[in-house]
Ligand binder design. Structure first.
Ligand SMILES: Cc1cc2nc3c(=O)[nH]c(=O)nc-3n(C[C@H](O)[C@H](O)[C@H](O)COP(=O)(O)O)c2cc1C
Length: 336
């Protein structure tokens, strides 16, 4: 079950999870404090969304083995959304039961992905929209889908601008470069992060780029070209998209972040089942000081209440699948 859970979506594919086994059917989940993204995710909000994604994936996997996963959130107390304490995010107890039916989303666990390719500007049809809107009724979070031409154009501009803000800062660029895999050897060595093939670049183009243009040492010394490329790519992938969606919570407690992660994971699995491509674009939601102006403009534009938090923002559309991102061994998550 943990081997499925590790396949959950998570920021930068940093895999920020630790497991303490209590007995054969119970474990505590912790944030791996060696695997944080302090520059782009200064208050570890996205890291906690990743915890929710892990719990949701595990819960779905458990059903396929006839187990119900009972989740006790923050069993030793919830900590503030400004810090991470060394306390468990959740205690999970698995109970075997004849009543458990395999969750229909189980078959999507091996198929789901974050598809970073260009899309084809197609819109969702009314049936697809209602299917996604219906998800909101079953979750804690609210779900908004926009696909009008003016909203699309606004988001294409804001998301590109947000990437320009994010990448105009060396420490943030270095954090992303740290998780970027410059070649297959790095993918195999680290088994985390993401590289060109995970963004849909393959064949001769990948070989050319990796052999002649991509160099870790040079890029780390001067990330300006990497930053420029990130903005250019964001501009073109945004321009190829006509449908965007976001998940909002009323508050922003650790518990709400974790639950939003569960909701996000179900959204990602549901879109996978519908044959849609989906890609989170988080920059405008991030909390470092120089993003806050643009974030406020975005929220005002869509009349999102100031004290509500947009936890995830994604683009949706049609695109060919990409190679799946790697994962570490499950044993590397397990403490002791
Ligand atoms: C909280 C969160 C934030 C994310 N933000 C971004 C993002 O801004 N840009 C992006 O390309 N992918 C983003 N992702 C997707 C991750 O990069 C992706 O889940 C991870 O690399 C694993 O790949 P997979 O989802 O294809 O399995 C985000 C995922 C999560 C859970």
């Amino acid at each position: 079950m943990l081997a499925y859970a590790i396949l959950a979506p998570n920021p930068h594919n940093i895999q920020p999870w630790l497991i303490k086994l209590n007995d054969q059917y119970s474990f505590d989940l912790f944030v791996d404090q060696q695997r944080l993204l302090p520059e782009t995710d200064p208050f570890a909000r996205q890291i906690h969304i990743g915890q929710g994604c892990f719990l949701e994936t595990l819960t779905i996997a458990a059903t396929a083995y006839g187990f119900k996963a009972e989740i006790d959130y923050f069993p030793q107390g919830e900590y503030s959304n400004r810090v991470i304490e060394s306390l468990p995010v959740a205690r999970v107890v698995l109970t075997k039961s004849d009543d458990v039916k395999t969750d229909p989303l189980f078959v999507q666990l091996l198929k789901r992905q974050s598809n970073k390719r260009e899309y084809d500007n197609s819109r969702l049809n009314p049936a697809q929209k209602s299917q996604l809107q219906a998800l909101a009724d079953t979750t804690q979070s609210s779900f908004t889908l926009v696909d009008s031409e003016p909203d699309g154009q606004y988001l294409q501009r804001v998301l590109t601008e947000a990437m320009a803000v994010e990448s105009g800062h060396k420490a943030r660029d270095l954090e992303t470069i740290n998780m970027f895999r410059f070649n297959d050897q790095e993918v195999q060595k680290f088994r985390d992060g993401f590289g060109l093939e995970h963004a849909g670049v393959s064949g001769i183009k990948k070989i050319m780029l990796e052999s002649f243009f991509l160099d870790r040492e040079k890029t780390q010394k001067d990330p300006s070209e990497f930053a420029k490329q990130s903005v250019d790519i964001t501009r073109s992938i945004s321009a190829s998209t006509s449908s965007f969606a976001w998940i909002t919570t009323k508050g922003n407690s650790r518990l709400q972040q974790v639950k939003a992660g569960r909701d996000y994971c179900r959204l990602n699995l549901t879109t996978a089942a519908m044959g849609l491509a989906q890609h989170p674009m988080s920059q405008v939601l991030e909390e470092y000081e120089d993003m806050l102006d643009l974030q406020q403009q975005f929220k005002q534009h869509f009349q999102i209440k100031e004290h509500h938090t947009v936890q995830m923002l994604v683009r949706l559309g049609k695109a060919e699948k990409t190679v799946h991102t790697p994962r570490r061994l499950v044993s590397s998550l397990v403490l002791g």
